[in-house]
Write a protein that binds this ligand. Structure first.
Ligand code: GLN
Length: 534
């Protein structure tokens, strides 16, 4: 649940999101910006196994997963411009240089790159018209890549004034296995490094598996040159949504307000507390099998994990998720029996052929054994292939993404994608309307006929096969308004079999679960309870 690899405590993005929450519950409007110092223009071209999930915004940005934390914690929709990368900054400045905007000047990191960074940060505040902009600078202090960004925020303090800016340094405090000692040295060094480039933090947040000992806190305050009451710990908790409480409980919200000269307002945590309690006070449990590739890195599907948990919390159900590499089903189909131990099977988004045949086998297993099934984007497409192969009998049915020469391309490239060569930001992206067919499962879930969900795909259900798919019983329960695209499929006579071309997980929020995920987790719980009683 907590970010990358073996790191068990809340990721940095959650600390930034929690700062926003502390201000929100005091009545202030906030937005959040994530700076990623890599040269990619956006996260869309990166491998989710290395970098974690690519988050999709309403306006079609393919961006860093930290913006997902911000959206979920703050219950706001963020524009793609709130993710700033080195690639974007340089691209803009170089384009201007070619246009001749800087004629006669030598174009340099300072001031041209730093000016563009400051412009982008200010623009984010202006567009969203909020009281406070939270800016998270990714990377690690001392990285070559993050230097221009740190220089830009150093300058912003001079330009905006001391009381209008606040630097929060989030630093790791590891614990020595042998002695259990909290090591503050890495934090001392990173503060020194920050000071060397002209930034003195106002607040230090230690990321540690347990609360800081008084001695460690004193040391960090002393060496970091901040008062002791400006040192806080973000430590491991059972529910990530508790982090804002934990930091506020240490006085962080009040400290920030005082330091920024904001009116001292008593925070209203009532709604957030109810949400957190719904995650903690569960009565039931379900086990979901998430079958895909990138199965080893939890962060690769973080919005899906969270959407499942939001749905579970709404019905007092703890959702346990196991990731299963579908290649094991290809090597030995007997392994499919493993899926009997689960209350629901989810096939997540994906690209390319690896593990695909295993995904199709898992879907067949879910369909035939009437195990609740949810297919998202690529998972939806694979469900159409499975149906074509095993229900209709088109044994060679496939997607042209997996096999460009398939004789039965039931999934094919979107017509507008033909001729698109560039890979960056060229998929069908962002929120699009979907018209829902009354009387279907999807209609039951959403309770309305027009919805908006976020998309990220190049392929779709091939119209040539619509007739035959429907004749054999596949239900098209949602389409694009022009009727050109199939957005949802479902099956009759199955407790819950749903495929979605869109990604409803990106709009799921704690306390406001996404309808398809809520339906799926409910069905999983019913399936579990019915198996128990039979
Ligand atoms: N690769 C598929 C497509 O491009 C599915 C994408 C996805 O799962 N996000 O249509």
């Amino acid at each position: 649940m907590w970010g990358k690899g073996t790191c068990r405590f809340p990721p940095r993005g959650v600390v930034a999101a929690s700062i926003g929450k502390m201000l929100q519950v005091r009545g202030y409007e906030v937005t959040a910006v994530k700076i990623d110092p890599y040269l990619n223009v956006d996260a869309g071209t990166m491998n989710p196994y290395m970098h974690g999930e690519v988050f999709i915004t309403e306006d079609g940005g393919e961006i860093d997963l930290d913006l997902g934390h911000y959206e979920r914690f703050l219950n706001i929709n963020l524009p793609k411009n709130n993710n700033i990368t080195t690639g974007q900054i340089y691209l803009t400045v170089i384009k201007r240089e070619r246009r001749g905007d800087y004629l006669g000047a030598c174009v340099q990191v300072v001031p041209h790159i730093t000016n563009e960074i400051k412009r982008r940060i200010r623009l984010a505040g202006k567009i969203s018209n909020v009281d406070i902009v939270i800016v998270e600078v990714g990377g690690t202090v001392g990285d070559i890549e993050s230097l221009p960004f740190l220089e830009a925020i150093r300058q912003m303090r001079l330009e905006e004034g001391f009381s209008n800016t606040l630097f929060v340094h989030v630093a790791l405090v590891p614990i020595l296995d042998v002695t259990g000692e909290q090591k503050t040295k890495p934090c001392q060094h990173s503060v020194n490094e920050l000071r060397r480039i002209g930034i003195q933090p106002d607040i230090i947040v230690a990321r540690c598996s347990v609360p800081l000992e008084p001695a460690a806190k004193r040391k960090i305050a002393l060496y970091g040159s901040v008062p002791e009451n400006a040192v806080f710990t973000s430590y491991t908790v059972d529910c990530v949504y508790k982090v804002p409480f934990i930091l506020d409980g240490q006085g962080m919200g009040d400290y920030i307000c005082e330091r920024l000269g904001l009116k001292a307002v008593k925070p209203d945590w009532s709604e957030w507390r109810r949400i957190v309690e719904s995650f903690v006070n569960t009565e039931y449990e379900v086990k979901i099998a998430m079958c895909g590739k990138y199965a080893k890195l939890a962060d690769a599907y973080i919005s899906i994990n969270e959407a499942l948990r939001h749905a579970g919390a709404a019905i007092k159900t703890k959702v346990n998720i196991d990731w299963i590499e579908t290649e094991i089903f290809e090597e030995s189909p007997d392994e499919l029996e493993l899926l009997r131990n689960y209350d629901g099977i989810l096939i997540p988004p994906g690209f390319g052929p690896r593990g695909t045949e295993g995904k199709i086998l898992a879907i067949k297993f879910a369909r035939e054994n009437k195990i609740p099934f949810l297919g998202i984007c690529f998972g939806f497409q694979m469900a159409v292939i499975e149906f074509a192969r095993h229900v209709i009998g088109l044994e060679d049915a496939n997607s042209t993404e997996n096999d460009p020469n398939t004789p039965n391309p039931v999934i094919d490239l979107l017509p507008e994608q033909r001729g698109v060569i560039e890979k960056g930001g060229t998929m069908r992206l962002g929120a699009h309307p979907i018209v829902i067919e009354p009387g279907t499962l999807v209609y039951e879930l959403y309770g309305k006929t027009i919805i908006y969900e976020r998309h990220r795909h190049r392929y779709e259900v091939n119209p040539t096969y619509w007739d035959i798919l429907q004749r054999y019983g596949l239900i098209f329960s949602g389409r694009s308004p022009d009727g050109r695209r199939i957005e949802f499929i479902e099956l009759k006579g199955h407790p819950f079999f749903l495929g979605s071309q869109s990604h409803p997980e990106f709009k799921s929020r704690p306390g406001r679960p996404s309808p398809p995920y809520l339906g799926f987790v409910k069905a999983a719980l019913n399936y579990k309870l019915s198996r128990k009683s039979s």
